[in-house]
Design a protein around this ligand. Structure first.
Ligand SMILES: [Zn+2]
Length: 320
């Protein structure tokens, strides 16, 4: 295999862009980070995305590498077939034809994907789900979203919105979600919700010690035996187990890969969560539950994989 070919890959988030040059075998040979500065509005963000992509392609050529494709991952609702960033709360995209804009600017075949779905793609093919065939990747951070990957392909959905596991109803009388409905999984079990619920309950405590607390700190305090932290953490575990059990009933996967910030809690999350999922399995086969392996590189690697897949389909069609 020729080793001088690379894919330009960008994973665009609300605060930062992770960027890389990725070889066809999935190895990143150069990585960069740039601020998104989403407050400038979507047009300026698109301008930065294109400038950063051009810069990376130029650096590849300067290093004697050949850029063969561009892969971009963005959050929100993404129509991968049309290459359109349909909607995004934190970047502000509304129907931006990002794939065609980028392909025109760089002169490279371009693929546009959803950040969590391409992250799942990378974990399923190169990371913790490698060899599993049927994988559910669940990213738990500010919100909760999932990607169902079958034999290396992530399901997109009819409207580009597959995998919104964070909005499965788990507590009908629970807190109201950002989506408008009460009781969604992410109102109890996202990293943001865990910190928020702990602070709220601590604020109502007699000693009045309400301060901003991260989910990792809640996990730590729970492990140290603090009753309030233990309660909030256990509530999150139970809600997550309900959501994952629903996921397993729908998809019957062999492996569930947990990613996002909360997965960094490691065994404090995985050990009780495995037990809680086990309790909920009746006739369903229990999935293997593991932590993600690629860290925050997953989005970039997945964007590159998506671009390579699109290239292969394109080549195949031309040869027919
Ligand atoms: Zn919701």
């Amino acid at each position: 295999m020729d080793t001088d070919r690379v894919v330009v890959a960008l994973d665009v988030g609300g605060t930062g862009m992770k960027c890389a040059l990725v070889r066809p075998d999935g190895v990143a040979v150069r990585t960069e980070r740039h601020p998104t500065n989403a407050a400038r509005g979507p047009a300026a963000v698109v301008g930065t995305i294109l400038d950063v992509a051009v810069g990376l392609a130029d650096k590849a050529r300067a290093d004697g590498l050949t850029p063969i494709a561009l892969g971009i991952a963005v959050p929100g609702v993404v129509d991968e077939a049309r290459g359109v960033a349909v909607w995004s709360a934190n970047v502000g995209f509304r129907d931006v034809p990002l794939r065609d804009l980028a392909a025109k600017r760089l002169g490279l075949p371009t693929a546009l994907g959803h950040d969590v779905r391409v992250g799942g793609l990378a974990e399923a093919r190169l990371g913790a789900g490698r060899g599993a065939g049927h994988v559910l990747f669940v990213a738990i951070g500010t919100g909760i979203a999932a990607a169902h990957v079958i034999d290396g392909t992530a399901a997109v959905g009819a409207h580009g919105a597959a995998g919104e596991i964070g909005h499965i109803l788990v507590r009908p009388d629970g807190p109201r979600c950002g989506c408008g409905r009460p009781g969604c999984l992410e109102t109890i079990a996202s990293a943001a919700a865990i910190g928020r619920r702990y602070a709220e309950l601590a604020g109502a405590a007699p000693d009045g010690t309400a301060t901003a607390v991260t989910a990792a700190e809640v996990a730590e305090r729970a492990a140290a035996g603090e009753p309030l932290a233990a309660r909030v953490w256990q509530d999150a575990i139970e809600a997550l187990a309900d959501g994952l059990a629903s996921g397993q009933a729908l998809f019957d996967v062999s492996t569930i890969v947990l990613g996002g910030g909360l997965a960094q809690a490691g065994d404090r999350l995985l050990v009780p969560l495995r037990a809680a999922v086990h309790e909920r399995m009746t006739f369903h086969r229990e999935p293997r539950l593991v932590a993600a392996a690629l860290g925050d590189e997953a989005g970039c690697l997945g964007a590159a994989l998506l671009a390579l897949d699109a290239l292969r389909v394109h080549d195949h069609e031309e040869k027919r």
